[in-house]
Design a protein around this ligand. Structure first.
Ligand code: GLN
Length: 479
C-alpha cells in the first residue's frame, strides 16, 4: 500500500501498516492521539462480536499517545513510537490485569513489565489492551479461554486459531496496528494462518521470556503478529536481545544481509504432504512453493524421518513442563481462592474451580508422565525423540537454507467443531510443534484463501536465521 495520495482526514487510519503509520506520524499528517482514537473506536465497534480483547485501557492508551506525540514533536522517536498495539494476556504489563484467560487469575494485576513490554514502552508504543487466548496458552483454536472464544474476523462462525487468538484477530480486524503473541507449539503461527496475518516465532532464546506466564519453559517464545513481513521485522528488532532476567536468552547475531531467493535452496519435507491435509490447503502451499521456484529458488525434497513422533513427543514434554509451572496456582498466592476445611481442601477446590478442563487435562497428563515408574517410559523417551527431531532438522539445514510447509492441515475450523475431541484438536498442531521442540525460528505468511478463509505458508529457518526467513518472505509476500 502506498499512501502518497491518501487523504488522512477521511481515510481509516487503522488500515495502515507500521511503516505507513510511522511515516504519517513523521510527516505530521496525523498524531498518535488520532491513531489511538481510531483504534479505540474500531475496538468499540467490532470487538463485542469478535471477543479479541479481554481488557482495553482507553485512558492509559491516550496518555501514552500524548507522551508519544511529545517525543515526535521533539524529533526524538523510533519506528514504534506512537503506534497502538495489543498484548497477549499471558504477557505482563505493570499495573494491568493479567489473566492468561484463566479464572484462577481473574483479578491478578501484573506487578512488573515483561521485558518485551519494557522495550515497547521505551520505544513509545501505545498499549491498547490485553488480548484473549486459550487458557494458559493451552490450545489451538482459542476456544479454551475462560472468557469465551475469539471469533475469526473472516467468518464469525469459525475460530481465530490459538492460542494467541485475540492478538491475531485484533491485527486482522484492524483493532491494533500490531500485537505480541507467544508460541509454545504453534500459538503465533496457527492464529496468524487462520486470520490471514503474518506471525513470527523467533529462535528459542532470541527474545526474553521474562514476564511471560510460563507454560512449557523449554518451548515458550514471545514474538510479533503484524500485517506485513516488514512490520514483523521491525517488532522483532525492537524486542529481541539478551536479558539478564532470562538466563536462556542470548544476544542473537542476526545480519541484515538481503538474501535473494534466487540464490537459495528450499527444502520441502515429504512427510508433510500426506493423508489428512485439506486438498485446498495443499494446493495453496504447493502454489507458494512454485512461486519460489519461479523466482529462482532451488526446490528439493527433504526427509524428516522422526517428525511422525513430534506430536506425541510434544504432548508429553509440554504437559510435563506445564504441570510443574502451574503448581504455583494453588488458591493461596494469586488471589482466586475457594474456602475449604483445611489447606488441602483449599488447594483442591481452588484448582478444581479455577482451572478449565484442558488445563486440568494437561496437569494430569504431565503429573502422570513425570511420576516415578513412568518417568523413563514417557518423559525420558520423549526427550530422546526430541533429540532425534533436532538432528533431523540439523541434517536438513546442511543441505537447504529454508523449509517451506503448511502451518496447519486445515483452514479455520467451526466454533465447537473439535471441542469434544482433544486428540483431533491436537492434530491441528502437527506441522508446528516440531519447530518448538528444535528451538527453531518460523514464520506464518498469508499464502492464499479457501473460500474466504486465509491459509498460511510456514517458512522454517535454522537457529537465528530470522533475517533469511524475513528476506525470503518479503519477496513472495502477496500485496
Ligand atoms: N496448540 C498447542 C497446544 O495446545 C500449542 C499452544 C501454544 O503454542 N501455546 O499446546
Amino acid at each position: 500500500m502506498g499512501f502518497g495520495n491518501w487523504d488522512f482526514k477521511t481515510m481509516d487510519l487503522t488500515q495502515l501498516t507500521i511503516k505507513e503509520a510511522h511515516n504519517g506520524l513523521r510527516n505530521k499528517q496525523f498524531s498518535s492521539k488520532d491513531l489511538t482514537l481510531a483504534y479505540l473506536e474500531k475496538i468499540k465497534k467490532s470487538d463485542k462480536e469478535l471477543n479479541a480483547y479481554l481488557s482495553v485501557y482507553e485512558e492509559q492508551a491516550l496518555i501514552q499517545a500524548s507522551e508519544a506525540d511529545k517525543k515526535i514533536a521533539y524529533g526524538n522517536f523510533g519506528m514504534l513510537t506512537g503506534l497502538p498495539c495489543a498484548i497477549k494476556d499471558a504477557i505482563m504489563v505493570e499495573g494491568l490485569k493479567c489473566t492468561s484467560a484463566s479464572k484462577i487469575l481473574e483479578n491478578y494485576v501484573a506487578p512488573y513489565d515483561a521485558t518485551v513490554v519494557k522495550k515497547l514502552k521505551k520505544q513509545g508504543a501505545v498499549i491498547l489492551g490485553k488480548t484473549n487466548l486459550d487458557e494458559f496458552a493451552m490450545g489451538g483454536s482459542g476456544e479454551n479461554s475462560a472468557y469465551g472464544p475469539t471469533k475469526n474476523p473472516h467468518d464469525k462462525t469459525r475460530v481465530a486459531g490459538g492460542s494467541s487468538s485475540g492478538s491475531a484477530a485484533a491485527v486482522a480486524a484492524n483493532m491494533a496496528c500490531f500485537a505480541l503473541g507467544s508460541d509454545t507449539g504453534g500459538s503465533i503461527r496457527l492464529p496468524s494462518s487462520f486470520c490471514g496475518v503474518t506471525g513470527l516465532k523467533p529462535t528459542y532464546g532470541a527474545v526474553s521470556r521474562y514476564g511471560l506466564i510460563a507454560f512449557g519453559s523449554s518451548l515458550d517464545q514471545i514474538g510479533p503478529i503484524a500485517k506485513t513481513v516488514d512490520d514483523c521485522r521491525i517488532i522483532f528488532d525492537a524486542i529481541k536481545g539478551k536479558d539478564p532476567l532470562d538466563a536462556t536468552s542470548i544476544e542473537p547475531e542476526i545480519s541484515n544481509f538481503k538474501f535473494q531467493i534466487s540464490n537459495l535452496c528450499i527444502g520441502v519435507p515429504k512427510e508433510y504432504f500426506v493423508k489428512g491435509i485439506d486438498p485446498e490447503v495443499e494446493r495453496i502451499i504447493k502454489d507458494a512453493i512454485k512461486k519460489a521456484k519461479n523466482a529462482g529458488a532451488e526446490i528439493v525434497e527433504i526427509s524428516l524421518p522422526s517428525i511422525e513422533f513430534a506430536l506425541a513427543c510434544y504432548y508429553i514434554i509440554a504437559p510435563s513442563e506445564a504441570s510443574a509451572n502451574l503448581a504455583r496456582f494453588d488458591g493461596i498466592k494469586y488471589g482466586f481462592s475457594v474456602d475449604g476445611k483445611d489447606l488441602l481442601d483449599v488447594y483442591l477446590k481452588s484448582k478444581g474451580k479455577g482451572f478449565g478442563n484442558e488445563v486440568k487435562r494437561r496437569i494430569i497428563i504431565g503429573t502422570y508422565v513425570l511420576s516415578s515408574g513412568y518417568y523413563d517410559a514417557y518423559y525420558n523417551k520423549a526427550q530422546e525423540v526430541r533429540k532425534l527431531i533436532q538432528q533431523d532438522f540439523a541434517k536438513a539445514f546442511e543441505k537447504v537454507d529454508l523449509i517451506f510447509c503448511p502451518v496447519s492441515p486445515v483452514p479455520a475450523i467451526k466454533i465447537g467443531e473439535r471441542t469434544d475431541d482433544p486428540l483431533s484438536m491436537y492434530l491441528m498442531d502437527i506441522y508446528t510443534v516440531s519447530v518448538n521442540l528444535a528451538g527453531l525460528p518460523a514464520l506464518s505468511l498469508p499464502a492464499g484463501k479457501v473460500g474466504n478463509l486465509p491459509v498460511g505458508l510456514q517458512i522454517i529457518g535454522n537457529h537465528f536465521q530470522e533475517n533469511k526467513i524475513l528476506s525470503v518472505a518479503s519477496q513472495i509476500e502477496i500485496n
